[in-house]
Design a protein around this ligand. Sequence first.
Ligand code: DAH
Length: 344
Amino acid sequence: MSEIELNLQTEQEKGLQSLAAINSLPELEVWKQSFLGKSSLVMTTFGKMGSFSKEERPLVGKAVNAVKVAFEAAFASKEEVLKRDALLQSMESEKLDVSLPGRAARRGRLHPINLSLREIYRIFGDMGFQVYSSPEVETDDMNFTYLNIPPYHPSRDMWDTFYTEDENVLLRTHTSPGQVRSMREYYPNPVRVILPGACMRYEQLDQSHEIEFMQFELLVVDKGITFADLKGTIEDFTKRMFGPGADTRFRPSHFPFTEPSAELDMACVFCGGSGCGVCHGTGWIELGGCGMVHPRVLQYGGYDPEVYSGFAAGVGIDRTTLLRYHIDDIRYLRNNDIRFLEQF
Ligand code: DAH
């Protein structure tokens, strides 16, 4: 055996021995440099094959190749073992503790006005009413004139509102304009609708007044509708909404679009009727107005007042919400205070 073959054999023993002692990936890299790198015996021997005699060359070639193959195989299996160990170790140290309690997702909820609204829909849905939606930005004609409030009429002052640059376009002050819109759509069929939505008014703000508020309008038009139908419907509603003990009263009143007209009041739930800030000392809270649809309004809607009659009502949804949940200031409803909203 030539000297170089002997050297290669020693190199192989040395290499495999030192590889066996290695137990980290950085150490393995260093090992690779010294036994398979550019200046290792294996690689430099390959580099000088030309300097061996014709007879030596195949023997040396075979020997060096065998060492190289042995090193590469040993390196590959060592690398695999070390990588697997490293992975197991990191899995062990970064273990997920699935028994830790999770972070609860914050759940949204319905605003108290919407809770009331859903209850209102349910109650009137039971009575056969359909929900009709009508625009919040209205024409002057719909908001006033077709409700029997001509341009010169002083009762317009009761509904001071926000006007736009187009003098015939305004923010509706009540849901009543939907009366004419729905009648025109349903004609000549009977009408039994509830019209919910936002209304705007130029108001002095206090515990029970806001410039924006929600209202729903009721409208029934058919042959033979009487004030008894109005009273029965409203009383059924208040009893179902506020409980069988809810005390309501109809107070004679005037609205240009109804004749006769009444104001619908509910006994104040805050003071039990003795008078407080919410009810302005009267013991009663006004829920809305109602009455028999004025013949002229029926006509604007397309119905012949000699044949048809109807009743209408407009009820404050914010007020209803205050009474339902015993909230003593209407301003809570819109100032987005999470401490308030979380209670519903
Ligand atoms: N639109 C009136 C308001 O907002 C309320 C009202 C009164 C509506 C009498 C009606 C009604 O339908 O018949 O002040």
